[in-house]
Each structure stands twice: as C-alpha cells, then as structure tokens.
Design a protein around this ligand. Structure first.
Ligand code: ATP
Length: 362
C-alpha cells in the first residue's frame, strides 16, 4: 500500500481551522497509514514574522510531495509596497513555479443546499469551470507599470502552448464526465471576449484547433459578459467551461454563488506532476478564529485531491475514497441537522467536521 506525502500549509485567517478539518476528514476516509500530512509554514503572518510568504523549505517540501493541501492565506493590511496583497503570493508562487496550469472549480448543487436560483434541483447544476491558471491578465502580476502615478498598465498574455494544454485538459475532462445535465451532451464552452481583443480571439482559435481532435465533445462559445447571465438562467446547459485566468476567477465565484457560496466551493490547481488543493475562498478574516467558517470547501477540495492522486497513481481505492467523502458531505447536508452558517444553519466548523467524520465511519 502506497503512502502519499501531503504538504500542508494552513496559512492565515480561517485557513488553519478549515485545513485541520479537512485533514481529520481525509484521515477518517483513508485511515492513518495512507496519507502523511506534513505541516509547513507560509502565508501573510509568516511573512510578517520572517519576510517570506513561501519559505524555501516549504517550497522544497511542496515540490517533493505527492500533493499540496492549503487552507487560505492573506491578512488585511499585509501588502507589498505596490499595494498588492502578500497572502495571495503564496499560491501564486506555487502556481507559477510548479506550473499548475489548470484551476478546476466544480460547480455542483448538493442535496440539502438551496440554490439562490429558483427551481433548480440537485443534479441540474453540475458543471466544471476550468480557469487557465498561469497566463492571461494575471501573468503580468508584478510586471505592470505605474508611470509617475498617472498611468498604470498590466499586459494580458496568451500563448499557444498555454491555451492548447488547458483546452486539451478540458476536452479530456468532458470525456470523463456524463455531459451537461440538460441534454447529456459532452460540451466545452469557451468563455472569452473574442469580439473585442486579439488575445481572446487567439484563445478561441486555439481552442477550436484542439476541438478538432474531439469529435465526441461539442465546442460552444460564450462571451464573458453574456455567460454571467447564462450561468443564472440555464446552468444545466454547462458541462465544462474553459476561461482565461481573470475571467475564470470571476465567473467561478459567480458559479459558487449559484450552489451555496464560497464556503462550499472546491478548487484544484493541477499541472502535469503537481496538484494544489484549497477551497475557492480566501482567508475570510471577518470570521476567523470564531469556529464559524464552513470547512466544506476545503473538505471537498480534499476529495478532489484523493481523486487526482488516484488517477495519477492508478489507485482505485483513493478514487473510491474521494467519492465517499463527497457522499458523506452530501448526506450531512441532506439530513439538515448540521448546516454551516453560510448555508443558513448554525453549525460550527468543528461540528461539521465531526458530522462528516461520523457519516464516513458508518
Ligand atoms: P480572496 O481575495 O483571497 O479570494 P476575499 O477577501 O475575496 O479573498 P474571502 O476571504 O473568500 O474573500 O471571503 C469573502 C466572504 O465570504 C467573507 O464575507 C467571508 O466571511 C465569506 N467566506 C469565505 N469563506 C468562507 C467559509 N469557508 N465559510 C463561511 N464563509 C466564508
């Protein structure tokens, strides 16, 4: 039986609470022998203490691990001289240095969660947003120009290599799914502004080229502004959506909102050899240290980690454990006794953790 090394960075704000919760649930699901969690320093508070948001030894341990589990990083007021937040740099550095090009954000309505969209039931909203994670507008972070306090610019970067690999990732992902809830059609929707900017027209053209290799998956297009309406009015139409970095960042929060909010939104950042798993939310300093955060996003990100490890290493048991974690979360929510505060209940972070662990132990 293989043991997997999981580099674990709790981070700031609610990061430690939700990360510890996920570690408990994953240990309950897989037993104590199969996952070896190593706690590592990093984040905004660590930066204040030491001057490093991602210390060298943490980076080395992440690189050497089978997967990385992260809570969240960032503290109000801890910023660089240019005004940007220090905390974000933790996962941004990991993203770029480990080349985690596909940011996978499942948008799935669970039983027991009421969508703010009237009339949509579990099973009807079930798609994945894949955000290109290493280029686009955010590629120029730190490289933009603020000229004499009069003009500021950042540059949007799109490369053939970058689009090809994320597009191929999406078509392959669609092949492993059951198609869109509306019609069972396997579909990759390209979200861009090809009508306005050359970079996005190029993004679309490269997606078109990749689509020719996948006759069984339909290619579909939506402008980034229009898709915000479609995601509310016909969420069942979507299977996989691929978007440039910034558009993906924005629409994945919107998608999360349609299925309960950031507290339940999982995220996986994947490259060829490394994977970083953390909830789609930030460090939520407004509720930190109160045992009030929902750990579900991190727990469900942990399930994505098990599935990815299972696929990478041909470990069928881990894939089953991923399903079991998701089913346990769904069973707890459907029972309606232990509901996180952001979903209208009053359960604490530790109560939710215990309920999911109990469900897994059944
Ligand atoms: P970032 O820019 O790092 O993504 P942010 O400042 O945009 O972070 P979050 O930290 O994600 O935002 O918080 C946004 C809101 O969502 C806050 O009001 C926060 O309380 C709420 N929130 C975020 N995560 C959770 C969670 N796990 N449980 C409950 N509420 C959450």
């Amino acid at each position: 039986m293989q043991t997997y090394d999981i580099a674990t960075i709790e981070g700031d704000g609610i990061g430690p609470e939700v990360c510890q919760s996920a570690v408990s649930v994953l240990t309950e699901a897989c037993g104590t022998q199969r996952l070896r969690f190593t706690q590592l320093g990093g984040g905004a508070a660590h930066y204040v203490k030491t001057g490093a948001v991602l210390p060298d030894d943490t980076y080395a341990a992440c690189k050497a691990s089978h997967a990385i589990l992260h809570g969240a990083a960032g503290l109000p007021g801890v910023t660089y001289a240019d005004g940007t937040e220090v905390g974000n740099d933790l996962h941004l550095q990991l993203r770029f240095r480990l080349d985690l090009f596909a940011n996978v954000r499942p948008i799935r309505l669970y039983s027991g969660v009421q969508s703010p969209l009237r009339d949509w039931q579990p099973g009807q909203i079930d798609y994945v947003i894949v955000r290109e994670n290493t280029e686009g507008l955010y590629a120029s972070r730190g490289g933009g120009i603020n000229l004499r306090g009069e003009v500021a610019t950042d540059t949007l970067v799109v490369t053939r290599k970058g689009v090809e690999r994320v597009a191929r990732f999406c078509f392959e992902l669609s092949r492993r799914r059951q198609g869109a809830p509306r019609d069972g059609q396997r579909r990759v929707t390209v979200c861009d502004k090809a009508n306005i900017l050359r970079t996005y027209a190029f993004f679309r053209a490269v997606c078109d080229e990749v689509a020719r290799e996948y006759d069984d998956v339909q290619i579909d297009y939506a402008y980034a502004d229009a898709i915000t309406v479609h995601m509310l009015k016909k969420p069942d139409f979507y299977d996989v959506i691929v978007a440039e970095n910034m558009f993906g960042d924005i629409i994945s929060d919107l998608g999360a909102g349609t299925v309960g909010g950031l507290g339940i939104a999982a995220s996986a950042e994947l490259g060829e050899t490394h994977g970083l798993f953390q909830g789609a939310h930030g460090s939520a300093p407004d509720i930190a240290g109160q045992n009030a955060a929902s750990p579900l996003a991190t727990i469900l990100s942990g399930a994505l980690m098990l599935r990815w490890l299972g696929e990478q290493h041909g470990d069928e048991a881990l894939r089953r454990d991923a399903d079991r974690v998701e089913q346990a979360v769904e069973a707890v929510l459907a029972a309606g006794q232990t509901v996180p505060r952001d979903l209208g209940g009053n359960a604490s972070c530790t109560e939710i953790t215990a309920a999911v662990c109990r469900q897994l132990a059944r």
